[in-house]
Structures are given as structure tokens and as C-alpha cells.
Design a protein around this ligand. Structure first.
Ligand SMILES: NC(=O)c1ccc[n+]([C@@H]2O[C@H](COP(=O)([O-])OP(=O)(O)OC[C@H]3O[C@@H](n4cnc5c(N)ncnc54)[C@H](O)[C@@H]3O)[C@@H](O)[C@H]2O)c1
Length: 455
């Protein structure tokens, strides 16, 4: 099948790289976003998100004349939906008293509805947004069929999950294996023909619901495994063990691969998608539900650790601080606010939640996020640079393993901050080096003192 014109709905982390990659590979692409700022920014030749290489490919795509942007779709041979699928902010589901988050499918619904007036015989529609099982057949298909055309007969309909890693999106778009689930065999084949434009990885055809499950199972597997690592970090602190050492030793086993603990799980995918399964079948998902609970409570674990850290300093025990939290008045430099290293994505960030929790305890927090230096975060003091954040701090709190944070020289920092206490939640800093520079460095998941070693 020969697709010449493509309409991509949603120009975010997924839609923009995908649209521009199709365009530089010869398709005429109209990128559509309901956010006029996104469209204006792109029309000015700028981009609104940080992703290595993206600016270059978007510029090339636009200069080739193959890529244009608009707030409205147009007729095309194929439509690709890459709009957000977050959870609902103010509504929870309830299963026997267990509250769970609900998928907000409003963007998928409105993007699908926007296609209906332009849908023609022989068109292909692909949903890429991560979606609960059966979304393609139960939600998208009936909306598209309001056009009077039948899915699988008059037009092709597929679900194809996006599995790229932020930071490496442009390479992985091309190289990763791609699963294409059609509502019919012919639909999957049509999807294959479109992606074959640039995908060099294996392309595998299946049905739409299997393709949806594949994506959510992948993210849920990571979430559950991170929850296990986080729970191990709690046990390590209880039993005087260094979790990072223990994990590296356990992972020497040829069939064990324990993931890293950390300050929590965030982002648009791993902290969201497992809820789609809980919502779809709460009675079948107790483990997925509890893993979400563990990861969502990890910011509280970090705050507790900070309290213990100050208490161990002998500052003052919590109950001798006039009933106030031991964190009250403490000046904390929070290093990193995004949800993972070397990206600029603040969505569902556990680091931001930790800052809020600390502030609720009366701490004065200055945050520094080098990948979003100009971000306005509700109620969070965003420093202009690292020096401002650390200058008068009592404690340095490392929340994201950005490469530039891992490389920080503690000797140099010691001259720029009055803090002599640091908590590393991501195992980026060497205890010996920091000690030599005059810091007491604590790490998440570590409670291994010289005394404990001797014991
Ligand atoms: N970001 C990732 O790393 C990643 C990886 C795999 C899958 N996904 C999935 O891909 C989907 C998109 O994620 P993203 O990170 O690109 O989101 P994003 O928020 O970066 O971008 C989505 C864009 O869609 C626009 N939009 C919203 N409603 C629209 C509509 N009705 N019509 C046109 N545009 C609309 C928004 O304005 C926004 O610019 C989500 O389902 C996500 O779970 C994301």
C-alpha cells in the first residue's frame, strides 16, 4: 500500500519525532496539535521539548517542504494519533476500599472525533497513545464508524505501541522492533506498509488488543520490578545493608536482574500505565496495585530518611522542637526535579512530590533542574543555577541522576555551600570522595556504618 500523505495528531515527545521522521523519509506530513503555542513555536522554527537531535530533524523536515503544522487536521491517506493518556486528576475508582486511578481518555476521544470528517475509503488510522486494553475496538472504532465507513472493510485501523526511550527517541524509533495490531489482518498489513517507510527493526503483525496489552505489560513489568527494588531498599536500611552493593552481587546470578531503587517512579508511562490494568480488572491485579502503592509511597520514604538524617546529626529530636517537624526551617537544596536522568520531563515527578512533602514539614527548599531552568513549578522555588540552590543549604538532596550531577566535584562544591550533609537517593556519588571533601554523605537504601560492618 502506498501512503503519501500522513496526518499526525499530537506533537509531543512521541508525535513530533514520529511526524518529522516520516517527513524526512519522503511522506507529506501534517502535524496537528490543539495547543496553538506548540504550533506557533514550530512555525517559528523552534521546538518546545528537549530531545537530542530533534531540533535538527524537525528543521530538515520543515525545510524539505514535507512537514507543515496546524491546529486542525486535513484529508490524508493515513492518520496517526499520539495524544496524551494520563490519569484523571480528581476522580478515583474503588474496589473493596482500594482506590485506584482512572485513565483519562478524553484526548484520544477528541483526536479520534477530529478525524471523522476527513476519513475516506481506503484510509489508515493508527492509535499510538498508550491505552487500556480494548481501546481500539471498543472506543476508537465506534467513533470512527460515525463517518458511515466500517473499520476493517472501508478503512484500516491499527494500534501500534510506541516503545522509545526518551533521550534516544530518534534512534529507537527506527531501530526498535515494532508491534502492529490490526482490527483485521489487512489493517495490520497496511500499518506495516506505513511504518516500513523508516522502521529498520523487526515489524510484527498481531491483533489490536494484543498490541495494547504488550505495551502496558512492558511498563507494568518495570513498575513491579522497581517496586521490588524499592522494597528491598527499605529492608536494606532495616538490616544494615548497602542495597546497591547487595543488588550488584545478586545480579551476578545469571538469571537475576534486579532494577535500581530510587526516590519513586514518575513520568507519563510507567507510573500511569499499570493503573489501566487495575482499572480494567481490579479483581485480577492485586500485585500490580500493590506495586503502584509501593512506588507512590517512595517519596515519603525519602522524607522519613531525611528526618532520621537530621535526627542522627543530633540537631534536635523531633519531640523537642516545640512539636514541629525536625525538618522545620531546614534549608534543603533539591538537585533534579524531572522524573529520570538527562530528560526535561516533569510529568508525575516523584522529585517534585518530595519537595512538596518537605515544604509541608516546614523545610525551605531551593530546587535546581538544569534540564528545565525556566520551569514554573507550583509552590516550588526554582533556582537560577546550581550555586543559588546550594549556597546557604543545610543539606544537598540528590533526586535525579543527571550526568552532570554524577560528575559534580565535591571539593569544588564544598567551597560553594555551607552544607556538610548530603543525601543521594540515586547512588551517583562516591562516599569516600565526598567524605574527603568534608561531607557526610548518606545514600538511599544504605544503613551500613563502620560499626555495623564490625558487628
Ligand atoms: N513520552 C514517552 O516517552 C512515551 C513513550 C511511549 C508511549 N508514550 C505514549 O504516547 C502518547 C503521547 O505521549 P507524549 O509523551 O508524546 O505526550 P505529550 O504530552 O508530550 O504530547 C501530546 C501532545 O498532544 C496534544 N494534544 C492533546 N489533545 C490533542 C488532540 N485532541 N488533538 C491534537 N493534539 C492533541 C497536546 O497538546 C500535546 O502537545 C501517550 O499515550 C504516552 O503514554 C509516550
Amino acid at each position: 500500500m502506498n501512503f503519501r500523505k500522513l496526518c499526525v495528531l499530537g506533537l509531543g515527545y512521541i508525535g513530533l519525532p514520529t511526524a518529522s521522521t516520516f517527513a524526512v523519509n519522503g511522506l507529506k506530513v501534517l502535524g496537528v496539535d490543539i495547543n496553538p503555542n506548540v504550533v506557533e513555536t514550530l512555525q517559528k522554527g523552534l521546538i518546545h521539548i528537549h530531545e537530542p537531535g530533534l531540533r535538527d530533524i524537525v528543521t530538515r523536515a520543515m525545510q524539505s517542504g514535507n512537514f507543515t503544522v496546524s491546529t486542525k487536521p486535513e484529508k490524508a491517506d493515513a492518520f496517526l494519533i499520539a495524544v496524551p493518556t494520563p490519569f484523571k486528576e480528581h476522580e478515583l475508582g474503588d474496589y473493596n476500599g482500594q482506590k485506584y486511578k482512572l485513565a483519562d481518555m478524553s484526548a484520544v476521544i477528541s483526536a479520534t472525533e477530529a478525524i471523522v470528517p476527513y476519513l475516506r475509503q481506503g484510509n489508515l488510522v493508527i492509535l499510538e497513545s498508550t491505552s487500556p486494553p480494548r481501546t481500539t475496538v471498543d472506543l476508537v472504532k465506534p467513533i470512527l464508524e460515525r463517518s458511515g465507513l466500517k473499520a476493517g472493510i472501508d478503512f484500516y485501523l491499527c494500534y501500534s505501541p510506541e516503545r522509545v526511550l526518551p533521550g534516544q527517541i530518534l534512534r529507537e524509533l527506527i531501530e526498535n522492533a515494532r508491534v502492529i495490531g490490526g482490527v483485521t489482518f489487512e489493517s495490520a498489513k497496511a500499518g506495516r506498509d506505513l511504518y516500513a517507510t523508516f522502521v529498520k527493526g523487526k515489524i510484527i503483525e498481531t491483533d489490536a488488543t494484543t498490541a495494547e496489552m504488550v505495551k502496558i505489560m512492558e511498563n507494568t513489568t518495570r513498575d513491579v520490578n522497581i517496586a521490588l527494588a524499592n522494597e528491598f531498599s527499605h529492608l536494606a536500611e532495616r538490616f544494615g545493608v548497602d542495597i546497591w552493593e547487595a543488588i550488584s552481587l545478586a545480579n551476578l546470578h545469571p538469571r537475576i536482574n534486579i532494577l535500581n531503587p530510587g526516590p519513586g517512579v514518575g513520568g507519563h508511562c510507567i507510573s500511569v500505565d499499570p493503573w489501566f490494568l487495575v482499572e480494567a480488572a481490579p479483581e485480577l491485579t492485586p500485585m500490580i496495585y500493590h506495586a503502584r502503592q509501593v512506588n507512590d509511597s517512595q517519596p515519603h520514604f525519602v522524607v522519613e530518611k531525611l528526618k532520621q538524617t537530621f535526627a542522627a546529626q543530633g540537631d534536635f529530636p523531633a519531640d523537642k522542637n516545640g512539636g514541629l517537624s525536625i525538618l522545620n526551617g531546614k534549608r534543603i537544596a533539591a538537585l533534579g526535579l524531572v522524573y529520570k536522568p538527562d530528560v526535561d520531563d516533569l510529568r508525575e515527578s516523584p522529585a517534585a512530590e518530595i519537595v512538596h512533602l518537605l515544604q509541608e514539614e516546614g523545610a525551605q527548599v531551593k530546587a535546581w533542574e538544569p534540564f528545565k531552568p525556566d520551569a514554573k513549578m507550583n509552590g516550588i522555588h526554582m533556582s537560577a543555577d546550581l550555586d543559588e540552590a546550594i549556597h546557604d543549604a543545610d543539606l544537598l538532596l540528590l533526586l535525579v541522576r543527571h550526568s552532570e550531577f554524577a560528575k559534580l566535584d565535591p571539593l569544588e562544591l564544598a567551597s560553594k555551600t555551607k552544607a556538610r550533609l548530603a543525601l543521594d537517593t540515586v547512588n551517583a556519588w562516591e562516599v569516600d570522595e565526598w567524605q574527603k571533601a568534608g561531607f557526610r554523605l548518606l545514600r538511599l537504601g544504605v544503613n551500613k556504618t563502620p560499626a555495623a560492618n564490625a558487628a
